[in-house]
Design a protein. Structure first.
Length: 101
């Protein structure tokens, strides 16, 4: 369509450790962003490194929580402070209207 940007599908992996407050807040923030800004255009996988520690080596995770944007390219990482919605939106290249840059 003329004047409209193509819908970009985003694939995210969120790495947390257990069910502590930082993990819960990161999950809540990222799920909220997926629902509000990427409805129907986001695949979110949550990986608890206490249950799957081998995943840390596979993805070179050194700090938690970590959000990994796998697609679209380029891959990017957001580490820590994932409770700050504006920081996560900016890191993912999403404006408040839900379009990706």
């Amino acid at each position: 369509m003329i004047g409209q940007r193509p819908i970009t599908r985003m694939e995210l992996k969120l790495f947390v450790a257990g069910d502590g407050p930082r993990s819960r807040q990161a999950i809540e923030t990222i799920q909220g962003i997926c629902d509000e800004h990427l409805a129907g255009r986001c695949k979110l996988t949550i990986i608890d490194l206490q249950q799957h520690p081998e995943e840390a080596d596979k993805e070179n995770i050194v700090a938690l929580p970590t959000l990994l944007k796998v697609a679209p390219l380029p891959v990017c990482r957001l580490i820590g402070a994932l409770a700050v919605k504006s920081r996560v939106l900016a890191g993912l290249g999403i404006d408040a209207g839900g379009t990706t840059t």
